[in-house]
Design a protein around this ligand. Structure first.
Ligand SMILES: *[C@@H]1O[C@H](CO)[C@@H](O)[C@H](O)[C@H]1NC(C)=O
Ligand SMILES: *[C@@H]1O[C@H](CO)[C@@H](O)[C@H](O)[C@H]1NC(C)=O
Ligand SMILES: *[C@@H]1O[C@H](CO)[C@@H](O)[C@H](O)[C@H]1NC(C)=O
Ligand SMILES: *[C@@H]1O[C@H](CO)[C@@H](O)[C@H](O)[C@H]1NC(C)=O
Ligand SMILES: *[C@@H]1O[C@H](CO)[C@@H](O)[C@H](O)[C@H]1NC(C)=O
Ligand SMILES: *[C@@H]1O[C@H](CO)[C@@H](O)[C@H](O)[C@H]1NC(C)=O
Length: 618
């Protein structure tokens, strides 16, 4: 018997060999049984061949020692390599046909998915399960089943999972909106622009502070042939007037510059949104990236109208890859509050570098979350094969998972809400997508009070920078030496249940996250804000400049950079950060230490050296 238990959002079936019932995730309740006559489009995603080779394919083009470094794959090659076999489709199809009332139901088949258009009553009969309506704390409802789906074993081995599934929740900001509660914290505040100076980067960080800190003085030469984008989700907008206010003060030749809006799943701007907090994230990301890169580089704004409870990246991933779209498109299914399907299948241009300052799913080894985490990470791996660098913030809640205004930690393997300042110690929870090894995760640093840009930065203490160890993804080999060194020489004082020593460790790198100023208010204030939300677009800007220099001499963009960053070639490309901690879950978290650590990764970038090293690669 195979069961899928899905969590709250509709049906994902996780193919497992045990029968179990999932706990309903924090923040959701089972509301009622689903109406038996409701039509469901149940989508069975078929297993993909060659997935076990994904790491090898990627290392072949991303390991600096490989003769094929930089030889990214075409989308067609990616598609052909992972296309499910006809044999899988035949087995699943014939089992479905033998269980269907042919007159009232239809099977729709694409390369990777068998969709079943049936009523709830029929689906319950076929998969021996119950469908329910689940309700989130905010009133949002979804159809799903937490009892799982049943398949005979010979069918289950061909099914990757069933959509729609119960997933945990939607993209959430990694940034703290309200004044942090940790010691030394400082909330958003207004600063007089006249008081800003590169001599006071401990107080207010400007573009000039960042250039000085990271040795970043680069004038783009191939901007027209290069691409970069930031992803924003839900009701996170920017206001053109705010960008202009920022540019007027810090980059006068950019007044009037705007990002190129790429709308995904209905995402659009809304200048009349009265909630000023909704303007902070996009303003921060765009002002930093556009300001650092200068007016020559167009920046894409991927504005995804993703609903709060949708998985982080399915709409976005589908917009970059029509093939994934056909798998992930859950149009109408279970989305009680939504009437339009994503019309952006594969339509969005794939930028060479994409920066994401959001977190979606707790990285825990729970069959509710695991298939979705693994599938989305695989899709990010496919983007990496095509030469895309995906950069994500590591989160602003230390070793805990953000569930604003609280955090999630593990108690006896179960996710539990915990106030960020709780003193009750609990096990740590990593955050996806930062925990995916194909993502470059960026933590946060700051200039200590009284120090200058010439002094070493410290791990941010205005808030705890996210970092730790994945339960869902094993530690990739390229991290072995760095992580083993940390575990051996700076062993954290925690037992085996607290964090997973064999998991993918993050962040990979770090950059200043106490950034000021960023213009957020329609009323036009310069507000002090920050977070790893700032660190990710800063690092993404530097990698975009590296691509610019490579493109100018006829080389490819760098794509997946992690194996290179950890390699001996890149020693000296980072400023090691050795002071500070990232508290959470009632502990002090981890300690920054010499070499790689789970607070600041390899350290902050030294752009000149990073660039020189990437230029030496083929
Ligand atoms: C599912 O079947 C119903 C009729 O039973 C039909 O109206 C609907 O268009 C079908 N949906 C899809 C996606 O084929
Ligand atoms: C913009 O936000 C306002 C306030 O929330 C809302 O009334 C309006 O419908 C929104 N407009 C769009 C186009 O979403
Ligand atoms: C920015 O600062 C002003 C003045 O203190 C405040 O009214 C506004 O709410 C702040 N905006 C945000 C988004 O924090
Ligand atoms: C934690 O912070 C909350 C909100 O700031 C506060 O109400 C509560 O008293 C604090 N608890 C402790 C134990 O400090
Ligand atoms: C630790 O991570 C590894 C790699 O993902 C996984 O196989 C293992 O089950 C995890 N252990 C726990 C206790 O979650
Ligand atoms: C080290 O970090 C602590 C906070 O964790 C901070 O108070 C101190 O100023 C930092 N020291 C230096 C030299 O940056």
């Amino acid at each position: 018997m195979y069961l899928c238990s899905t969590l709250l959002l509709i049906a994902s079936l996780i193919v497992e060999s045990l029968t179990y019932t999932h706990p309903i995730p924090p923040g959701w309740t089972l509301h009622r049984r689903a109406d038996p006559d409701t039509k469901l489009l149940v989508r069975l995603s078929l297993v993909q061949p060659n997935l076990h080779n994904l790491d090898a394919y990627l290392l072949d083009i991303a390991d600096p020692q490989s003769p094929n470094y930089g030889q990214h794959w075409t989308p067609e090659r990616v598609k052909e390599t992972f296309r499910p076999s006809q044999g899988s489709a035949d087995v699943v199809r014939s089992w479905l046909v033998s269980n269907l009332d042919a007159e009232s139901s239809t099977i729709i088949q694409t390369d990777e998915v068998l969709s079943l258009n049936v009523s709830v009553a029929q689906a319950e009969r076929i998969f021996t399960t119950n469908y329910n309506v689940y309700r989130a704390n905010n009133g949002f409802e979804r159809v799903g089943c937490h009892q799982g789906h049943n398949f005979p074993a010979h069918v289950a081995e061909h099914v990757e999972f069933v959509w729609p599934s119960l997933t945990y929740g939607g993209p959430r900001l990694t940034r703290r909106n309200s004044p942090p509660t940790v010691k030394g914290a400082r909330g958003p505040r207004v600063v007089q622009p006249s008081a800003i100076d590169v001599k006071h980067c401990d107080d207010a960080v400007t573009l000039d502070c960042l250039r000085a800190l990271y040795n970043f003085h680069y004038d783009l030469v191939a901007a027209k042939r290069n691409t970069v984008g930031v992803a924003e989700f839900g009701t996170q907008y920017y206001n053109p007037a705010d960008l202009d206010m920022f540019f007027k003060r810090f980059a006068p030749d950019q007044v009037g510059n705007q990002p190129k809006l790429i709308s995904i799943a209905g995402g659009q701007l809304n200048e009349s949104d009265p909630n000023l907090d909704d303007f902070v994230e996009s303003s921060l990301d765009l002002e930093l990236m556009m300001g650092l890169l200068g007016r020559k580089q167009e920046v894409f704004l991927y504005e995804a109208g993703t609903m709060e409870q949708d998985p982080l990246s399915d709409e976005l991933l589908g917009a970059w890859d029509a093939y994934y779209c056909s798998v992930a498109d859950t149009s109408g299914i279970g989305r009680i509050a939504r009437d339009s399907a994503s019309s952006d299948c594969g339509d969005a241009p794939r930028a060479n570098v994409v920066s994401i300052s959001y977190t979606s799913t707790p990285d825990v080894r729970d069959s509710t979350f695991l298939p979705m985490l693994q599938r989305e990470c695989t899709e990010i791996g496919k983007l990496a094969l095509m030469g895309v660098t995906v950069i994500a913030s590591s989160g602003d809640f230390g070793v805990a998972f953000p569930e604003f205004p609280d955090t999630l930690c593990l108690v006896n393997d179960k996710l539990e809400m915990q106030a960020p300042n709780s003193t009750q110690s609990a096990d740590f929870v990593a955050a996806f997508p930062a925990s995916c090894p194909y993502v470059t995760a960026v933590g946060s640093t700051q200039v200590s009070p009284g120090k200058s840009v010439r002094d070493p930065e410290t791990a941010t203490f205005a808030f705890p920078s996210g970092g730790g160890f994945s339960n869902a993804f094993v530690r990739p080999r390229f991290q072995n030496a760095a992580v083993t060194n940390y575990l051996k020489h700076f062993a954290p004082p925690y037992g085996p249940s607290v964090f997973n020593r064999s998991g993918r460790a993050y962040p990979d790198v770090s950059a200043n996250g106490c950034v000021w100023p960023t213009v957020v208010a329609v009323a036009g204030n310069f507000n002090l804000t920050g977070g790893t939300s700032a660190s990710a677009p800063i690092f993404a800007s530097l990698i975009t400049a590296v691509n610019d220099a490579r493109i100018a001499i006829g080389k490819k963009p760098v794509g997946w950079i992690n194996p290179a960053l950890y390699s001996p070639w890149f020693v000296g490309s980072f400023n090691d950060v050795t002071n500070g901690t990232n508290p959470g879950c009632g502990t002090e978290g981890f300690r920054a230490s010499p070499g790689w650590d789970p607070v600041t990764g390899l350290g902050t970038p030294n752009f000149e050296r990073l660039l020189a090293n990437f230029l030496l690669l083929p």
